[in-house]
Structure formats: structure tokens, C-alpha cells
Design a protein around this ligand. Structure first.
Ligand code: NAP
Length: 257
């Protein structure tokens, strides 16, 4: 039996898609989560209970894996979590650490993006063979920007901001390929097929949900918004994703998933 690939954040939006892809490829998988394995989950993977911030369960999670794909994220603790993972992976002699990051983290000074930049550095300087892929926002996240405002009388969007969102399963496919290949360092970014105004994406999300509401673009000041308006979150020359936002909305139906 081949050694498993460990997916941190294997219960999250990206992690679930990656685990499904690897299993479909016949690759043994170990899912890392802070929660115990549900008794009614009979999918064919191993389960490792681990908290990357507390540093609990790491040695068992990392024992005898052929690669780690680090999809876990926790907005306030990503740096500490990535450091714990990299240190433990080095002790365990993990042959390949794969990290997923975000397009534009260098130009857009969001605190979360600063922590992604630092986590990238930790992976790069970990002493382990590594691969890092940056992608644009997933369609799921862009839809959530609208659906979280379900109870408001209108939907607010950022005026002048555009997204080039991507289908998460396409990112998962690429990560599965990278995890099974040789460590490659920083690989070319991945972005979705279309660049669309935030207000247009909000309107599409409302239509798909059967909701009638006004979309109100709000013009905010500040460096973060200025860099977003300038397209710092986009990668027009890396529009390699094929599934459009409308295709994503149609596939998930009215209720979301
Ligand atoms: N969402 C996007 O649009 C987007 C775009 C580009 C890149 N990315 C990157 O893709 C990665 C995955 O994002 P996502 O949206 O799929 O995340 P998500 O759905 O929020 O999932 C987060 C995962 O992290 C795990 N986790 C959180 N804290 C943990 C801890 N202390 N120890 C161990 N596991 C912990 C959670 O597992 P449990 O709750 O089961 O413990 C969960 O599976 C992130 O690195 C993110 O920056 C996301």
C-alpha cells in the first residue's frame, strides 16, 4: 500500500474537493481535522485529529506520509499553524510540503494576506522540498460575500472592485497533480476564466438564489481598496480555470451547498 498524502484542512472548502480528487485518483489520503472522525463517515481515508495552533496530534498526523498539502487556515493563527506544521514535518522527514496561497498577497495589505505571505516564507525556508500555488478567490467565497447579507434589505458591494474567481475543484485538481509530482517551488498562479465586477457577481448570486434585492456599490477609502480597484487580486494572463461563476451557481442550485 502506498503511503498516504496528508491534507490539512481536509474538511474545508478546498480540502474536501482535494480529498475527493485524490481518492478518485486511487491515492491513499489522511485527513487532518481538529474534530474527531464522525462515526457515520465511511469514506476510505485515514483520519488524524490535530490542532495546528495548539500543536497537538502532529507527530501521528505526519507519520509516514509521502506528501502534505496544507489547506488548513485560521485567519488569526495561520503563521503559528504553518510554523508548527513545518517544524513537525521537518522532524518527520516529510518528502514534500505543498502550500496554497492567494494571488495579490504582496500588493494588497490585508492582515490575512500578510499572514499568507509570512506562511509562504515559512514553507520556502522550511528546509523541506516544497511547492506553492497561488490562486484567485474561489467562486464559493465570492458567492458568500452576497449570501452572508441575506438578512439586509440591500446587498452592499465594493465599488470598482473586480474578481476573477475560480472553481475550487479545478484548484483541487491542480493541487492533486502537484502533490503527486516532484517539489517545484513557486509554480505559475491559477485564476478563473472571467474578470467580473463585484456588483455583477452579487446580482448573479441573487438571481440564482431567486432573491430580488438592490445591489448597492459602496466606495471605500484606503490602500487596500485602492489596490483591489487597481486589480491587484487579478491574474489576467493566468486565466486557466474554465468553469464560470454562472456554471458554479447553476451546479450548486438555489440553496447553496
Ligand atoms: N477561499 C478562497 O477563496 C481561497 C482562495 C485562494 C486561496 N485560498 C486558500 O486555500 C486554503 C483553504 O481555504 P478554504 O476556503 O478551503 O478554508 P476553509 O473552508 O475555511 O477551511 C479551513 C480548514 O482549516 C482547518 N483548520 C482551521 N484551524 C485549524 C487548526 N488550528 N488546526 C488544524 N486545522 C485547522 C479546518 O478544519 P477543522 O475545522 O475540521 O478542524 C478546515 O478544514 C487557505 O489556505 C486559503 O488561504 C482560499
Amino acid at each position: 500500500m502506498d503511503r498516504p498524502i496528508l491534507v490539512t484542512g481536509g474538511t474545508g472548502t478546498l480540502g474536501r474537493a482535494l480529498v475527493a480528487r485524490l481518492l478518485a485518483d486511487g491515492v491513499p489520503v489522511r485527513v487532518m481535522s481538529r474534530r474527531p472522525h464522525r462515526a457515520d463517515d465511511d469514506r476510505p481515508y485515514e483520519w488524524a485529529v490535530c490542532d495546528l495552533v495548539q500543536g497537538t496530534g502532529l507527530d501521528a498526523a505526519l507519520a509516514d506520509v509521502r506528501a502534505v498539502v496544507h489547506c488548513a487556515t485560521n485567519a488569526r493563527n495561520d503563521v503559528a499553524a504553518t510554523r508548527q506544521l513545518a517544524d513537525a514535518a521537518r522532524r518527520a522527514g516529510v518528502p514534500h510540503l505543498v502550500y496554497v496561497s492567494i494571488v495579490g498577497i504582496k500588493t494588497i495589505p490585508l492582515p490575512y494576506y500578510r499572514s499568507k505571505l509570512e506562511a509562504e516564507r515559512i514553507v520556502r525556508e522550511s528546509g523541506l522540498p516544497w511547492t506553492t500555488l497561488r490562486t484567485t478567490q474561489f467562486h464559493d467565497l465570492v458567492a458568500t460575500l452576497t449570501t452572508v447579507q441575506r438578512r439586509l434589505p440591500v446587498v452592499l458591494t465594493l465599488s470598482g472592485v473586480r474578481f476573477q474567481s475560480i472553481e475550487v475543484t479545478e484548484v483541487a485538481d491542480r493541487l492533486a497533480e502537484l502533490a503527486q509530482g516532484a517539489p517545484a517551488g513557486r509554480v505559475p498562479d491559477m485564476a478563473g476564466p472571467e474578470i467580473r465586477e463585484a456588483r455583477d457577481l452579487a446580482a448573479a448570486t441573487l438571481r440564482a438564489a431567486g432573491l430580488r434585492k438592490r445591489v448597492v456599490p459602496v466606495r471605500l477609502p484606503g490602500k487596500i481598496i485602492r489596490n483591489l480597484r487597481a486589480g491587484g487580486n487579478l491574474a489576467p494572463d493566468r486565466a486557466v480555470g474554465t468553469a464560470t461563476f454562472e456554471e458554479f451557481l447553476a451546479a450548486r442550485g438555489r440553496t447553496g451547498r
